[in-house]
Design a protein around this ligand. Structure first.
Ligand SMILES: [Cu+2]
Length: 113
């Protein structure tokens, strides 16, 4: 199989997948790390009118809970664990989130523009 045919086959596959799994293909990807009970970064900028996939990686040995009233999300991330939060297209604005187990230090916000 020459490279051109392979390239066309891959493009056709991606086009097919984008029809079957639109969220997988079009969601913008973000990562936030929990370290010493603090979110790094503590501000995440997201674009308006687009779905989002936020990976939360916990470097601490203790569990944390990613929580946001504004985003209507609440999910435990185990010590040294990882979770993925799927978010729909959001209106412009600020969406605070916090770590429910360490709310004094674990504070952050998503800023949608
Ligand atoms: Cu909670």
């Amino acid at each position: 199989m020459n490279l051109d045919i392979l390239k066309k086959a891959v493009m056709a596959l991606v086009a097919t997948l984008s029809v079957i799994f639109p969220a997988m293909v079009t969601a913008a990807e973000y990562t936030v790390v929990i370290e010493n009970h603090v979110f790094v970064p503590d501000q995440i900028e997201m674009a308006e009118g687009q779905k989002h996939r936020l990976t939360v990686i916990n470097h601490d040995a203790t569990p944390e809970e990613f929580e946001s009233y504004e985003l209507n999300r609440e999910k435990i991330v185990a010590g040294k664990g990882k979770i993925v939060i799927f978010l729909p297209a959001l209106d412009a604005g600020e969406y605070p989130f916090f770590g429910e187990f360490n709310p004094d230090t674990a504070q952050g916000r998503i800023i949608v523009k």
